[in-house]
Write a protein that binds this ligand. Structure first.
Ligand code: UGA
Length: 451
């Protein structure tokens, strides 16, 4: 059986990873985006975003003609049988979801379908609030195409659970596939497509209504974010208990099968393009339905104050931050990405600047993006050692592997060797022997088990 052809509208990290992974398994893929520069770069083999193994995987399908990108929806739709919508759904200024990209994309797809003779499947993969697929995407496409959903074309909602920094890995090995189907034929088509893609390594497939699939995504992200805020709240408490250490507490509670070990890493809070906006959108959605969502509210509230914990620790030691040189290690919202959206680093740096501190920052790959946001308000170092050289305090903001390799002696080049571990990457016992060491979730006088 020849591999089917798909089109993917919106080439952000979800769209591009989806497109590249399908193409790398022999599917013919056409990517569509409204950004001409992006289309050109991808066609020349440059992914534009940093995502591990994406660049390497992109080269072969482009060369073989299996993957190409265009600005032209008509071309993409006529050359494919299934179209994924993967455009961004940012938060509006009041936190509510901004669906304009989804509307535009649906309109373009509808127009392209007008002249299409064959049955076509449209799959909403963007994160959208419950009801969007049936109440927005479906009527827009029906109106613009003049064709009936469930008869002339099919519709599914298929949320993605890809993490930035491991989007390729997550695409090849997802925990499950959720298919929200408008009608059985649409669901069958999408399930078959995934069966062809995964072959023997078929993950569990769950089929449901579009509205449930839409809600799975929000409930999933909100639960994960809540886990992070929960462990951060416990970590903040640990800091007030002499001898307490969040690492030991988190490890033990994580072994309870009902809780699980993942997403219990205490730190300076969550960032990125998903959790912050999805939680705000869910809260706004709940409010509009007249439902209180105090767990979501608290999750957001804890997260908003969490980056400032590092500043408080620095202030406690240095008393006044004015003119103090503060080294910030890590800018990306998490390791293995150059993404700075809602990054904790930006919030922390702005707060440090308000205290008139002099900030010098280093990140292995996100510096160029940070320069665009922070301009010359911050000095950018070319290495971790350069960054901490002569500093009065150093704050670990992103847990890059590169920083884990630093030894306590490396920090002796600081003017005032104060290390604040915002991501718990260093061994307190080892560091405390050489530098003044503070860390998230570490009680004031943390003792070793034998003490
Ligand atoms: C998240 C979800 O994990 C994906 O399943 C989902 O598909 C994606 O959002 C999305 O909605 O598209 P992502 O934002 O890429 O993925 O990154 P995560 O790995 O989930 O991390 C989010 C934030 O939480 C990061 O800032 C990370 O540092 C922080 N985090 C995570 C912690 O502070 N502690 C933890 O234990 C785990």
């Amino acid at each position: 059986m020849s591999s089917p052809s798909i089109s993917v509208c919106g080439l952000g990290y979800v769209g591009l990873s989806t497109a590249v992974c399908f193409a790398s398994r022999g599917f013919k893929v056409i990517g569509v985006d409204v950004d001409e520069q992006k289309v050109k770069l991808i066609n020349s083999g440059q992914p534009l975003i940093y995502e591990p193994s994406l660049r390497e995987l992109l080269a072969e399908p482009i060369e073989k003609g299996l993957l190409s990108c265009t600005l032209d929806y008509k071309h993409a739709i006529s050359e494919s049988r299934t179209t994924f919508i993967t455009v961004g759904t940012p938060a509006g200024s009041d936190g509510s979801i901004d669906l304009r990209n989804v509307e535009d994309s649906s309109r373009q797809i509808g127009r392209a379908l007008r002249d299409q003779r064959e049955w076509h499947l449209v799959v909403v993969r963007s994160t959208v609030t419950p009801g969007t697929t049936s109440q927005l995407v479906k009527p827009i496409i029906e109106t613009t195409s003049g064709k009936k959903c469930g008869v002339d074309w099919g519709l599914c909602m298929n949320p993605e659970f890809l993490r930035e920094g491991s989007a390729v890995k997550d695409t090849f090995k997802p925990d499950r596939i959720v298919i929200g189907e408008h009608d059985r034929t649409s669901g069958d088509r999408l399930e078959n497509l995934y069966r062809q893609f995964y072959g023997e390594q078929q993950p569990p497939i769950l089929r449901m209504s579009p509205v449930n699939a839409e809600f799975v995504k929000y409930a999933n992200n909100a639960f994960l974010a809540m886990k992070v805020s929960y462990i951060n709240m416990i970590a903040n408490l640990c800091q007030k208990i002499s001898g307490a250490d969040i690492l030991q507490v988190a490890k033990a509670i994580g072994l309870d099968k009902r809780i699980g070990p993942l997403f219990l890493e205490a730190g300076l809070g969550y960032g990125g393009s998903c959790f912050p906006k999805d939680l705000k959108a869910l809260l706004d959605f709940a409010k509009k339905k007249g439902i209180d969502a105090p767990l979501i509210e608290s999750t957001i509230r804890i997260n908003e104050s969490q980056p400032l914990k590092a500043l408080e620790m620095a202030e406690q030691i240095l008393v006044d931050l004015e003119d103090k040189r503060i080294a910030v290690l890590g800018l990306a919202f998490k390791p293995n990405t150059d993404d700075l959206r809602e990054a904790v680093s930006i919030r922390l740096i702005n707060a440090l600047l308000e205290k008139r501190a002099k900030v010098v920052a280093y990140d292995p790959i996100a510096t160029d993006n940070a320069r665009r946001i922070l301009g010359d308000k911050v000095l950018f170092a070319s290495s971790a050692l350069d960054c901490i050289d002569g500093a009065d305090s150093c704050i670990v903001v992103t847990e890059w592997d590169e920083f884990r390799k630093l030894r306590p002696e490396d920090f002796e080049r600081m003017r005032n060797p104060v290390v604040i571990d915002g991501r718990r990457i260093f061994d307190p016992q080892e560091f405390k022997r050489v530098v003044r060491f503070e860390a998230i979730g570490l009680g004031a006088t943390s003792m070793s088990p034998s003490e």
